[in-house]
Design a protein around this ligand. Structure first.
Ligand code: MEV
Length: 401
């Protein structure tokens, strides 16, 4: 039988016969995961950590973050604490919808003006056909068109309500494209699919006293770093990676499509030359930080409601809508960004990173948990963080015995 037609347990057996030793997994989990994806043979897990208090638009949230990178959650907590002491993050959402694209091949009988006249009727027809989306507050909002030679491009804005909306948007686009096949001059549909162009934009802003980051000198360095990131793509890319450390961790914890957010974010960062997504400046003796990101996310739909691990995250967050989740994610992105800029402007990033990564190194040593704790403390105290340092400390401990 073809590998993909086997059950996950049978697939694991095939691998085992080839000498691949997979970690154990319960049959229930394997069954659940098999419903989510294809050719499933196991599962990968990530640590779920918490930001204890992110203040966004006047409300406090505990924020779940899934990441394997040491220091990301520590950084998010650090930034969030500074924000919470000074009014928190204010976020404005422009959740107009996500884009879909239909491209049609047309002949000389096609008239764009006639198609444009038909747009209100097309929107009504589609919304009647997708009544449950309309019932949940969404639907097709706008259709614009352009013609380039024998190709007609339709840009369709779909409000997906509380979902990310990829599947629904694709279904709507297929429906519209099929309807348009009867339109005079339309020869064929080239494609009809959602676009990952930036949409559902959210902008977060913090305003901090200079003392909150250690004074004017540090604040000025943060601003300078930010300015460099605006002009120099090498720094811009790293700055944005720091933001996405936090953003992706919340997207993963909440079952959202981080690839869609990453793809859209890359477009935004490349407008007028690649640059930092965040911007820090000093105004009226305040350090002002701003971040705009596309947030095509949802709190329902996709695999969100069927995954128990993801539901844990929503219990931590409390009952929230997609707009609030988008605001929280922007807040976390800004918090991670500030913590990184602060570390770079002061002790340097390596000090904090190495100290957190020491735990991973120590975990690889073959010794008791008690010894590991002692070794970790010694590494942090002496600021010696290599594997060799860890092994030397272990040898010292063993010799002492
Ligand atoms: C590391 O994962 C992220 C940072 O490099 C971000 C930055 O430099 O702004 C610390």
């Amino acid at each position: 039988m073809k590998f993909y037609k086997l059950s996950p347990t049978e697939r694991r057996k095939v691998l085992q016969e080839k000498g691949v030793e997979l970690s154990p997994i319960t049959s229930q989990l394997l069954k659940n995961l098999n419903n989510l994806s294809e050719n499933v043979v196991g599962s990968i897990s990530l640590p779920l950590g918490l930001v204890e208090n992110l203040l966004v638009n006047g409300k406090e949230y505990m924020v779940p973050m899934a990441t394997e990178e040491p220091s990301v959650i520590a950084a998010a907590n650090h930034g969030s604490k500074i924000f919470a002491r000074h009014g928190g993050v204010s976020v404005i959402n422009r959740r107009d919808g996500i884009y879909g694209q239909i491209v049609l091949q047309v002949n000389n009988d096609f008239k764009l003006e006639d198609l444009n006249k038909k747009v209100p009727e097309l929107i009504n027809l589609t919304n009647n056909n997708f009544a449950s989306l309309v019932h949940h507050g969404g639907g097709v909002r706008k259709i614009t068109s352009k013609q380039e030679n024998s190709l007609v491009y339709l840009k369709v804005l779909v409000d997906p309500a509380q979902a990310m909306g990829a599947n629904k948007t694709n279904a709507i686009l297929e429906f519209l494209a099929n309807t348009l096949l009867d339109f005079t001059g339309v020869e064929e549909k080239l494609f009809a699919i959602l676009s990952n162009y930036p949409s559902q934009l959210a902008t977060g802003k913090v305003s901090l006293p200079l003392t909150s980051v250690g004074g004017k000198e540090v604040a000025q360095k943060i601003v300078l770093l930010s300015e460099i990131g605006m002009q120099d793509p090498y720094r811009g890319a790293t700055n944005n990676k720091g933001i996405m450390n936090g953003v992706d961790a919340v997207l993963i914890a909440t079952g959202n499509d981080f690839r869609a957010v990453e793809a859209a974010t890359a477009v935004l960062a490349s407008e007028n030359g690649y640059h930092s997504l965040s911007n820090w400046k000093i105004e009226n003796n305040q350090l002002i930080g701003e971040l705009t990101l596309p947030m095509p996310i949802g709190v329902v739909g996709g695999s969100i409601s069927v995954r128990q691990d993801i539901q844990d995250s929503y219990q931590i967050l409390g009952k929230i809508d997609s707009e609030t989740l988008a605001s929280i994610i922007i807040g976390i992105g800004l918090a991670n960004n500030l913590a990184a800029l602060l570390a770079i402007s002061t002790a340097g990033i390596q000090a904090g990173h190495m100290s957190l990564q020491a735990r991973n190194l120590v975990a690889t040593l073959e010794t008791s948990d008690k010894n590991k704790e002692v070794i970790l403390k010694k590494m942090r105290k002496s600021k010696r963080y290599t594997l060799e340092d860890a092994q030397n400390f272990l040898q010292e401990l063993e010799e002492k015995k």
